[in-house]
Ligand binder design. Structure first.
Ligand code: MC0
Length: 144
C-alpha cells in the first residue's frame, strides 16, 4: 500500500526559530516553505539537502492561529512529533482499502497538502495512537 515514509511532522510554536534550530544543531536544510490556510499551518519542509537522491524529510508545523490543530496539539502535549506521513501512489485507492479495513479517514475526499500534494489522515485512535497522514505527490513532483 505504501511507498515510503514521506515525512515526520513536528509541531513547533515558532517556525523560524525551529528551522534555525534544526539547521544549526542538526544540519538540516530548508527545502520548501508555505502557508496552508485550510490546515491552519505555516510549514517548512527540511531535508538532508543532498542533490540527486531522495531526501529524508521533516515537516515543521507552526499554528497560524489559536484554532489550528497544531495550537491545540501544543497546548495539550507541548511541541513534538504530531504526525507520521506515508507516501502512496493512489490516495483514493488506499483510502478505500483502509476504510474497508475499518479505519476512519478524517476527510471524505482528499484535501490539498504540501506543494500541491493530495492528502488525507487516518484518525489517531484507529492507528494505535499515531496521526497517520497519507500523501500522494503531484504527478510532476520531483522525487527529491
Ligand atoms: C489528537 N490525538 C492525537 C493527535 N491529535 N494522537 C496522536 N497524534 C495526534 N496528532 C488524540 C488525543 O490525544 C485525543 O485522545 C484524541 O486524539 C482526540 O484529540 P483532541 O485533542 O480532542 O483533538 P481533536 O479530536 O479535536 O482533533 C484531532 C484530529 C485533528 C486528529 C482529528 O488534529 C485533525 O483533524 N488532524 C488532521 C489535520 C492536521 O493535523 N493538520 C495539521 C497538519 P484522548 O485519549 O485524549 O481522547 S497539516 C499537514 O500535515 C499538511 C500541510 C501536509 O502535510 O501536507
Amino acid at each position: 500500500l505504501f511507498i515510503c515514509i514521506d515525512h515526520v511532522g513536528l509541531a513547533v510554536p515558532d517556525l523560524d526559530e525551529a528551522v534555525k534550530f534544526h539547521s544549526e544543531v542538526f544540519g538540516w536544510r530548508e527545502l520548501h516553505r508555505e502557508v496552508n490556510e485550510e490546515q491552519g499551518v505555516a510549514e517548512a519542509m527540511i531535508g538532508t539537502g543532498e542533490q540527486g537522491v531522495e531526501n529524508a524529510k521533516i515537516q515543521l508545523l507552526a499554528p497560524l492561529n489559536e484554532n489550528s490543530t497544531i495550537a491545540k496539539f501544543i497546548d495539550k502535549n507541548g511541541p513534538g512529533i504530531q504526525q507520521l506521513a506515508y507516501r502512496v501512489a493512489d490516495l483514493d485507492h488506499v483510502s478505500e482499502v483502509l476504510r474497508e479495513r475499518g479505519l476512519r479517514l478524517l476527510y471524505p475526499e482528499a484535501k490539498r497538502g504540501t506543494a500541491g500534494s493530495r492528502i488525507n489522515f487516518v484518525h489517531p485512535k484507529d492507528a494505535r495512537g499515531v496521526l497517520l497522514e497519507l500523501v500522494e505527490l503531484p504527478k510532476d513532483a520531483a522525487e527529491h
